[in-house]
Write a protein that binds this ligand. Sequence first.
Ligand code: EPU
Length: 415
Amino acid sequence: MGKFIVFGNKKLNGEVTVGGSKNAALPLIFATLAIEGVSTLRNVPDISDVGVAIELIREQGAAVVRGGGTLTVDSRNLVYRSPSVDLCKKIRASTYLLGAMLARFGKAEIQDFGGCNFAERPIDMHLYAASRLGAKTENGIMRADRLTGTDIYFDKQSVGATVNALLMASRAVGKTRIFNPASEPHVKSLIGFLRRAGVKIEERYGSFTVYGTVPESADFEIIPDMIEAGTFVSLALLTGSSFKIRGVNIGHLRSFLEPLVKSGAILRLEDGALSVGGEIDAPLHIVTAPYPDFPTDLQPIVAPLMIKYSGGSITDNVWHGRFGYLDELIRFGGGYTLSGNRAEIYSGKLRSASVKAPDLRGGAGLLISALSAEGESVIENSEIIDRGYENIVSRLSALGASLTSLPSSASSGKV
Ligand code: EPU
């Protein structure tokens, strides 16, 4: 198990640039399987989840060249192979193999898909979409000689099920309407990519209409990571530092920034860089829900602010049980009580602590808390943070933070 050793309570200076979005890059990497041509993806983050996704598409015969944040994927000569169970278990986005492989080969295997284990993560909606488009499932294998356009009605918004529905519909014969789709910026960027590849997609309030075709080459730039941007904003507030954050799409972060500003944070946008000042002087009450509401992935990132400042509450309407990280977080101070999907969080002075990262975003919340707390903190299982934050130790060090990474003795520490 790798570790971060953090010497906290340092003022941070200078500037940091937000990297490409993990949750936008992953669907696009799998989408290249549905394309019969050469795709170029730019601003691809160098994180371990991306490495696993690349291995998974290489297994299917994709020729991938990676250099300087650009990924070129030649998917003209693919051959169906069973995806490695071990790789699928490492990342949640391996579920996108269902849609991409059904679209390309008419066959896909239901696996033990991985990802952060903060809640039950069912795939019934993915399977529903596949079956609506004509796939039949037997012994864990889905098959469709021909995907056929249809109407798909989701009873709640799911990023993953919407991504898979879009991938399958992009190659289905005829028109598919997807009702109540997720509309996160990363879902919209998949739509942008598929359009570049020649798929006609119409967006209406509450539905997408996709006209299937054989998608060809596309060149696309990954959007900035809104969760990483939010992490830097919280870090600035926690450490009282006004370093510059470049590459933030403010529009994507509106629901995160608004409550902070209402409670005392001061945002400055100068020369395209965001800096954050002020202090949180009132309790924060956060309710997560699908985009454009407050993102669930930022709730473990905002909780440290509640501990440092005036407390507050988090109601998570996306992942009801996403509070496992709180037992670790309160080692830095404060406290909490839990009732159903609502946590009441109490403030307390932040002090150094030894903790274990339970999942990616929970781990990031622990890291920014350690950077704010006086003294030496240790974060075990640090490799889980590498899943979503590129070169985090060197980028934080460049801001003046004092931290080191100790890889696990058994391996390089990467997932
Ligand atoms: N759901 C179902 N059935 C399904 C699929 C989802 O009931 O078949 C439910 C889930 O249980 C949950 C809700 O629908 O209550 C939303 O889940 P969603 O499918 O949107 O989540 P996901 O696609 O598995 C992605 C991100 C997560 C992020 C969620 C919500 C990726 C690779 N993962 O997961 O990101 O929390 O959307 O925004 O895009 C992270 O980056 O750390 C992360 C966990």
